[in-house]
Design a protein around this ligand. Structure first.
Ligand code: AMP
Ligand code: ZN
Length: 138
């Protein structure tokens, strides 16, 4: 299903032009218009899913292997030393376009660390409690 008001539906299905690096029946991979680094790519399913919670498992099973393939091409052809695979779900997680997408961000020697956090602290008892809460939702 597509969403007529969704820009990524239009890009993924070729109605709006994009710098496409890969396309098959299920996905289009484009370059991000506001790249975090040189070659920052977005994997867009052609079907509209708002986020990972809505996504079709068969599509999702293919997305990580594709991210790995794109990342390897970035290492081989752009001279990247590594890459981050990032996928945001919900506004509070930084999602700004509500059509599921996976960022593949090439990383270069000496470049800034972009996907990181400051480690916090938690008591083992509290970790157990939190783990139980999550388990109940599975
Ligand atoms: P997110 O914050 O995970 O929702 O990521 C949305 C990404 O889409 C951002 O990195 C934007 O720079 C990128 N973006 C938004 N509109 C376009 C567009 N028309 N073409 C390419 N990238 C886009
Ligand atoms: Zn869409």
């Amino acid at each position: 299903m597509r969403d007529g008001n969704c820009i990524f539906c239009k890009i993924a299905n070729g109605e709006i032009p994009s710098a496409t690096v890969y396309e098959d029946e299920i996905f289009r991979v484009i370059l991000d218009l506001g790249p975090a680094s040189r070659g920052h790519a977005l994997i867009l399913p052609k079907e509209h899913f708002k986020d990972l919670c809505e996504a079709d498992p068969a599509t999702m099973a293919k997305i990580l292997p594709l991210a790995g393939k794109i990342g390897m091409a970035m290492k081989e052809k752009l001279g990247a030393n590594g890459f981050n695979v990032v996928q945001n779900n919900g506004a509070s997680a930084g999602q700004t376009v509500f059509h599921l997408h996976v960022h593949v961000i090439p990383r270069y020697e000496g470049g800034p660390v972009m996907v990181s956090w400051t480690p916090g602290e938690e008591e083992p008892k509290e970790l157990e409690k939190i783990a139980e809460m999550i388990k109940k939702g599975l």
